[in-house]
Ligand binder design. Structure first.
Ligand code: UDP
Length: 478
């Protein structure tokens, strides 16, 4: 660990968006920057608060967001509400952190916030503190966000059923159905939120991306031209030796101590009993909800595949036709008995450890950006079933650009599940599966090179550290 005196006097304030897929990379980034010698303060909402006990070397400050009915709000309205409710408590807390630091002869160098906390640009202007944003998704999915006004003008958005399979000629190979939209009755609110995200990012002093150059070089070059601010693609964050907390156990990758749900470790000893590349790991992240019909098709597909599987069935993951969470998953009759020994079902898994396990041969995923990166870093081929926003773009890149997985093109059907599992898990016996696995291993190696000494992410991280070090305190002229 580099922890020199001058950086030790420099404090960074980080503000994660309170969702699992945003908290994980922000805390990983905090650990990376701590290892570079900066002191760290995490300001976080009371809603979905991370556990400070897992990071005793950071200072945690909780702000009241007044979110009490989160479950009744959809993700879009929750993000909008957080951007309204947090303004005053965040500004007051940040002012206090700056003043306390001054009292301790420390200098708060800058604020690092999730790009979706766009309200923070106004606060940082008021307090004259530089603001860097962390974008926790990929660069490829940011390009359509930037182009949204054009996509609307050209008639791609709102979506028309007759156009879904057409390629968006401005951003191939994305098809109209891959555009990063969300199901909402209030599309104007969604467009406005995207515009706030893009404008808030452009107004920042720089963008940190959890990606690496070899993975997203074209969209990175494109966005670099469009934005007049420095970019720091320093991912994959979770692979830096420093990115795990002091209390987390570590295998070939760090386990996630920023988990909001308890990780069921029993699945690791279950995996230990299986042959290399034989198990399909199924997880749709922390937010995606599936209908009872989809649930049944998935369950029946897994049962018919005759392959071992580890399935994360989160509480409340299955919803009825009114989008109300079902209290219990609607297991097909006889399912649990039929798959006994072959199937392991948990409510939440230690995902990074699972993907690093040699028994795992494929990952059936919703293609959230963290899951996608975690799978790439272990060379695990993917079965993509995206639900909303950037997941759709990520899935298209997995299946058609990096060609390290296959994708459901329509509704999930049990027969197709069986075929896809056969292609990937039985990869040694078919050309397509073999090629996918080879490319996945090749990309894994590129990821490894990027964060190792001299790699592109390693070099960008040095540049980020030097950039922050250049934020010296302003001299007061008497
Ligand atoms: N995750 C986990 N255990 C699980 C499922 C997911 O630890 O059973 C972690 C996963 O490793 C990833 C995060 O939760 O870091 C999910 O982020 P992602 O961007 O993939 O999806 P989101 O939850 O934001 O849709």
């Amino acid at each position: 660990m580099e922890n020199n005196q001058s950086k030790g006097l420099m404090r960074l304030v980080l503000l994660p968006l309170p969702f699992q897929g945003h908290i994980n990379p922000m805390l990983q980034l905090a650990s990376i920057l701590y290892s570079k010698g900066f002191s760290i303060t995490i300001i976080h909402t009371a809603f979905n608060s991370p556990n400070p006990l897992n990071y005793p070397h950071f200072t945690f400050c909780s702000i009241q967001d007044g979110i009490t009915h989160s479950s009744s709000l959809d993700i879009l309205n929750l993000i909008i509400l957080l951007n309204v409710r947090c303004v005053t408590p965040f500004r007051d807390m940040l002012a206090k952190v700056i003043s306390d630091a001054r009292d301790h002869k420390e200098h708060v160098a800058c604020l690092i916030t999730d790009a979706l906390f766009y309200f923070t640009q106004g606060v940082s202007n008021t307090l004259e503190l530089r603001r860097i944003v962390l974008r926790t998704s990929g660069v490829s999915s940011f390009v359509p966000f930037l182009l949204f006004p054009l996509l609307i003008e050209k008639g791609y958005v709102p979506l028309q059923d007759s156009q879904l399979e057409e390629v968006v000629t401005e951003i191939p190979p994305l098809k109209v159905k891959d555009l990063p939209l969300i199901a909402t009755n209030e599309p104007e609110k969604f467009y406005k939120t995207l515009s706030n995200l893009v404008e808030g990012t452009k107004a920042s002093c720089g963008v940190i991306w959890n990606t690496f150059e070899d993975l997203e070089s074209s969209p990175l070059s494109y966005l670099c031209q469009e934005f007049q601010i420095p970019f720091f693609p320093i991912g994959p964050f979770h692979k830096y030796p420093s990115s795990s907390s002091s209390s987390s156990s570590s295998s070939s990758s760090s386990s996630s101590s920023s988990s909001l749900l308890a990780e069921d470790q029993s699945c690791i000893s279950w995996l230990d009993k299986h042959k290399p590349n034989s198990v399909i790991y199924v997880s749709f992240g922390s937010l995606a909800a599936i209908t009872a019909i989809q649930f049944l098709e998935i369950a029946r597909g897994l049962a018919s595949s005759m392959q071992p599987f580890l399935w994360v069935v989160r509480e409340g993951m299955v919803v009825d036709e009114n989008k109300e969470c079902l209290e219990y998953p609607p297991w097909p009759s006889g399912f649990i008995e039929n798959v006994e020994g072959r199937g392991c079902i948990v409510k939440w898994a230690p995902q990074q450890q699972v993907l690093a396990h040699k028994a795992v041969g494929a990952f059936w995923t919703h293609c959230g950006w963290n899951s996608t990166m975690e799978s790439i870093c272990e060379g695990v081929p993917m079965i993509c079933m995206p639900f909303f926003t950037d997941q759709k773009v990520n899935a298209r890149y997995v299946s058609c650009v990096w060609k390290i997985g296959v994708q459901f093109e329509g509704e999930v059907k049990r027969g197709e599940v069986v075929n896809m599992i056969r292609v990937l898990i039985d990869g040694n016996n078919n050309k397509k599966g073999l090629e996918i696995r080879e490319r996945a291993l090749d990309l894994k190696e590129k990821a490894r090179v990027s964060w190792n000494h001299g790699g592109s992410s390693y070099t960008h991280l040095d540049a980020l550290v030097n950039y922050i070090l250049s934020f010296q305190p302003k001299r007061t002229v008497l």
